[in-house]
Design a protein around this ligand. Sequence first.
Ligand code: COA
Length: 251
Amino acid sequence: MSDLVATELDARVLTVTMNRADKKNALTHDMYSAIAGALERAHGDGRIRCVILTGAGDSFTAGNDLSDFAAGMPQGKPPVVRFLEAIVNCDKPVMAAVNGPAVGVGLTMLLHADLIYASEKATFRSPFPHVGVVPEAASSMLLPLAVGNAWANDIFLGGRVLTAAEALSAGLVSRVFPAASFMEECRKIASTVAAQAPNAMLQTKRLIRANRESVLERMRKEGAIFNEQLKSPEFMIAAAAYMQRRLPEFD
Ligand code: COA
């Protein structure tokens, strides 16, 4: 397992922490594999009744590591795909504890969490076309369903950065807690969830997430377009601009 992802099992709650604070927890291939491994473990391990996914330091995650994007995908199933499949298929309740900025896949992964809470310091942004790519993680289908077209287009097309209060009013998160007590509040809720009847919990989650096949199908469709975009001049322009800390110019 990557040391950039920390896991801790305590009282039936598995906490998975994206642990690359100096890079705002930007996700590398190894980190996706490590989180996928933790979710697969949670799925199959009867001792785990709830998973908390959070970030170290002041960020949730700045999304995919942009250098990894530029370097292309490794051979075989891309780790990001393994991660997305693992979060879609995990039968245990997954809580996203959004402690700071959630960018790109940092936002879209929330659509696969069952419980989504934000610190008052959290922000949310998924400006895919602005970085030369398209929405992933079935977010082109799930975000409009979760928050409606107006918010979804503001996020994707407008590149809008949502505050925690805006994410709450949009319905992207269900509660906002003060930063100082954030993880404590999340852990309290996770303990309550972990104490519920496990089979009833599992069946309830399966009923709520009954559209799994269409979600996976949308992910595949998005993935094909995403990969084409990654090879495009548009992405090169956006990635170079990000590295040079300036705005991209698309002619
Ligand atoms: N991939 C690689 N490195 C990243 C990264 C990413 N997605 N996001 C941040 N970093 C790195 C920065 O390059 C910087 O590295 P350096 O210290 O070696 O220069 C470090 O993390 C700190 O980032 P910085 O932007 O200076 O921090 P900030 O506090 O000003 O802003 C964020 C934090 C999360 C708001 C900002 O980094 C951000 O928006 N990143 C997202 C980038 C992105 O477009 N992601 C993909 C979307 S599809």
